[in-house]
Design a binder for this molecule. Structure first.
Ligand SMILES: CC(C)(COP(=O)(O)OP(=O)(O)OC[C@H]1O[C@@H](n2cnc3c(N)ncnc32)[C@H](O)[C@@H]1OP(=O)(O)O)[C@@H](O)C(=O)NCCC(=O)NCCS
Length: 160
């Protein structure tokens, strides 16, 4: 099935679907919530997965991820989400790899993710890292996380 699916840069019409999917998983404690304002402000960071065979002009929305630049050598892979009905078909991997490809293309040295799914990222070439080795700027969002300060997310880094 993945051969017919595509991962492309998000368009303005994807914002509501990104918001709704991310916040669905945020309610379960799997990821940080996002407001519509945050989705719009960061929309150009996002990739979305689509099924172009659907009749809708943009294709069915089948997941999202964002690549957010932190510094000259570092970016975060964040807001990764695939609807339950579309999981385990390789879409999550395609989304992360789109971020890795772009990060490499624009000259970054490494990307990282903070996650409760370390095995998923390890299969994509990420390795676990001490979060304290990442710049403090990375902690920017932690202060508004409901789990702060007792978060047990795992940091993983992929050198490019
Ligand atoms: C994490 C998440 C994005 C993965 O999305 P996905 O589309 O299922 O990802 P993939 O299909 O690439 O990989 C998922 C699994 O399917 C397996 N898989 C990949 N392609 C496959 C295929 N063609 N056939 C069967 N299995 C496959 C992978 O080995 C992987 O195994 P795992 O569950 O043991 O890790 C998804 O589970 C999700 O949205 N979770 C909720 C939100 C969340 O936790 N986000 C991460 C925050 S960092």
């Amino acid at each position: 099935m993945t051969r017919t699916l595509t991962v492309v840069k998000a368009e303005i019409g994807d914002a509501q679907a990104i918001h709704d999917l991310v916040n669905l998983y945020a309610q379960r404690g799997d990821m940080l919530p996002r407001t519509m304002g945050e989705v719009y402000e960061n929309l150009r960071d996002f990739y979305v997965a689509r099924d172009p065979s659907t009749s809708s002009g943009q294709g069915d929305f089948l997941g999202c991820v964002a690549l957010h630049i932190v510094w000259s050598d570092l970016a975060e892979v964040k807001s990764l989400a695939v609807p339950e009905v579309a999981q385990s078909r390789g879409l999550g991997s395609l989304l992360v790899n789109a971020c890795v490809d772009e990060a490499r293309r624009i000259g970054l040295e490494r990307v990282f993710a903070l996650t409760y799914r370390p095995a998923f990222f390890e299969r994509l070439g990420f390795v676990q890292a001490d979060v304290m080795t990442l710049p403090r700027k990375v902690w920017n969002e932690c202060y508004r996380c409901p789990k702060f300060p007792s978060c047990n997310e795992i940091a993983l880094v992929r050198e490019l």
